[in-house]
Design a protein around this ligand. Structure first.
Ligand code: KG4
Ligand code: ZN
Length: 341
């Protein structure tokens, strides 16, 4: 993945100089603007020819994504990022076989920028347009680098907006096993980080601080961990941290931020891992996959790896640039849909 500041975007003339005559079946130009990343990728099967992303750092100032700002930033970035993705892939838009775009779920104002841009491009160049569900793309992202990963696979999609468990039986068939009843796990990381005065997004800050903290310092709630079924709940954890911090401040005590980070991370990881392993056993899964921004969490990866090794189940976590929001996963899934047309 290349993070491209808008100031270094390739000028149009460079793109036009691209001399590639490549014309491959299933060459997909994929566009993703569901939240605060403008991402464009060119994908051929499981070969990612370019994966360009422009992250909107402006939201860091506000401690969370501001929808109106997000759509304005997408409008500025979408065209130059698309040019860069085509240039880096060495193809022209005429070489593309289909255009794919994320249509849901996401921030309406953000989605509309990507979908209208994609529609315009498809119309102008007379290319088929493939609509892709963002969560479905996360779900299959483990197959991007591991095309022979077996089915059935239990996939945990865990991000700032979503926490869901899926039973994935093929590229055409999957079932929702459970989802969060309130906050997403990434939201819990972000909100706790905000309470601790850390930056946004909070997950990476908690991950880093937790490495120096004691995960047993606080026993924060593990929502629904003992319930049968595969739904999640993280709002109680967030409230518990808020009450704890309030009490310590009222008493004039000092807070060990690293211990809180480690304990919160341990509570979230415990729930995610317990539910995922339980689901995998119940459906007799051949593999387990985690995806979405929170799947970058080092403790989650380490614990899942350990637990899967203990029961001899294949475990896959996509590399970080395919775990966070990206367009390569959109193009990969669109390629499957395109070939099935
Ligand atoms: O998938 P993503 O890039 O965007 C969507 O929400 O769809 O996920 C972003 C989320 C944020 O909540 C961020 O704090 C979390 O992923 N995240 C992490 C880590 N890296 C990103 N959470 C925990 N540990 C991390 N290392
Ligand atoms: Zn996402």
């Amino acid at each position: 993945m290349r993070k491209v500041p808008l100031t270094t975007v390739t000028p149009l003339t460079k793109r036009e100089e691209s001399t590639s005559e490549r014309k491959q079946p299933g060459l997909i130009l994929a566009i993703e603007t569901s939240c605060d990343d403008t991402a464009v990728s060119v994908v051929h099967g499981s070969e990612v020819l370019s994966n360009v992303i422009s992250s909107q750092d402006i939201h860091n100032l506000y401690g969370g994504v501001v929808p109106e700002l997000a759509s304005r930033e997408h409008m500025k970035a979408i065209s130059p990022i698309t040019q860069t993705a085509l240039f880096e892939a060495g193809v022209r838009v005429q070489d593309i076989d289909a255009i794919a775009v994320t249509t849901a779920p996401g921030l309406p104002g953000s989605l509309i920028v990507g979908t209208h841009f994609a529609r315009g491009l498809a119309f102008r160049h007379q290319k088929p347009l493939i609509n892709i569900d963002h969560i479905e793309a996360h779900m299959y992202s483990g197959y991007l680098e591991n095309p022979s990963l077996p089915f059935p696979c239990v996939c945990l999609v865990v991000s700032g907006g979503h926490t869901s468990l899926f039973l994935v039986e093929s590229f055409a068939k999957y079932t929702v096993l459970g989802r969060t009843k309130d906050d997403a796990a990434g939201e819990a990381f972000d909100k706790v980080a905000k309470m601790l005065g850390l930056g946004y997004p909070g997950g990476p800050h908690i991950d880093r601080l937790a490495a120096e903290g004691n995960a047993k310092a606080h026993m924060f709630p593990r929502g629904l961990i003992h319930e049968s079924g595969y739904d999640f709940s993280f709002s109680g954890l967030k409230t518990s941290v808020r009450y704890y911090l309030q009490r310590i401040r009222d008493e004039g005590g000092t807070v060990n931020i690293s211990d809180i980070a480690a304990s919160v991370q341990r509570a979230i990881v415990d729930v995610l891992v317990t539910k995922t392993m339980r689901a995998a056993e119940a459906v007799n899964a051949s593999a387990i996959c985690i995806a979405g921004g929170v799947s970058a969490n080092s403790e989650l990866r380490r614990t899942m790896q350990e637990r899967c090794a203990a029961v001899n189940t294949t475990f896959v976590a996509p590399r970080v640039d395919y775990s966070v929001d990206n367009a390569a996963m959109i193009g990969f899934l669109a390629g499957h849909k395109f070939r099935a047309l």
